[in-house]
Design a binder for this molecule. Structure first.
Ligand code: SAH
Length: 214
């Protein structure tokens, strides 16, 4: 679920350029059970399986023995909602562990004792934390200096200043009578910047007024 997507496109390039190192670990490698078992039945008789504490602690400890980690994140639907600001702050960190839950979840003692931060990617429930981890990784990776071409590009994206991005266009200026706003062709940078800001404000007011309140 993670290996191939992490190799593709910008995420792959960021790693090739040496801006980011990603290591994907299989919890089963940290199981002491001869079949690599990492889950067990929940106490109290709920439906579903629970990831056990031992392989998780062994995995986290073996990583921590190699380097310092700024954050040990657990992906969880009841965590803080992942936002651009979360991505910004994670992008400044040196090393991060992201633990992916599965099945019904993980033994709660992991969350109480080993996890420093819990992140949800939205109010819905996934089968596992892998796709959530991929989303967090992707959003963080594109913020690393040098990751995307134009250094300013990431800063002008939607949410960076709690504003939605203005509309963008490319050639041709007239496509079957559908025209690009004239100001963008004017060459007057001050006017263009003003137009962009007005468009951002207008779109945010219309589509996401909650962002302006923030
Ligand atoms: N029983 C849990 C859900 C388990 S879903 C509950 O009610 O909260 C299995 C795993 O998928 C979770 O442990 C978590 O790691 C991951 N997951 C599911 N939804 C997620 C979300 N919205 N954000 C981040 N991780 C999520």
């Amino acid at each position: 679920m993670l290996i191939e997507p992490m190799k593709a496109s910008i995420l792959g390039r960021v790693q090739k350029k040496g801006l980011l190192e990603l290591h994907i670990h299989n919890l089963r490698d940290f199981s002491t059970d001869k079949w690599g078992k990492v889950d067990d039945y929940p106490f109290g008789g709920e439906a579903g399986m629970v990831l056990a504490i031992e392989p998780i602690e062994r995995a986290i400890n073996s990583l921590k023995a190699e380097r310092h980690y700024d954050e040990v994140i657990f992906t969880s639907p009841d965590g803080e909602t992942f936002k651009q600001a979360t991505a910004n702050s994670l992008s400044l960190m040196e090393n991060i562990i992201i633990l992916c839950g599965h099945y019904k979840g993980i033994d709660y003692r992991v969350r109480e004792h080993l996890i420093t931060r819990e992140i949800s990617i939205g109010d819905y429930v996934l089968t596992g934390g892998e796709l959530a981890a991929a989303i967090i990784t992707d959003a963080v990776a594109r913020l690393l200096p040098g990751a995307i071409g134009d250094a300013e590009s990431a800063l002008s994206d939607t949410f960076q200043d709690n504003l939605l991005a203005p509309p963008i266009y490319t050639r041709p200026a007239n496509y079957n009578g559908w025209e690009v706003p004239e100001v963008l062709l004017s060459g007057n940078q001050a006017k263009i910047d003003e137009w962009k800001l007005q468009q951002s404000l207008k779109r945010t007011e219309e589509l996401r007024p909650d962002l302006l309140e923030e």
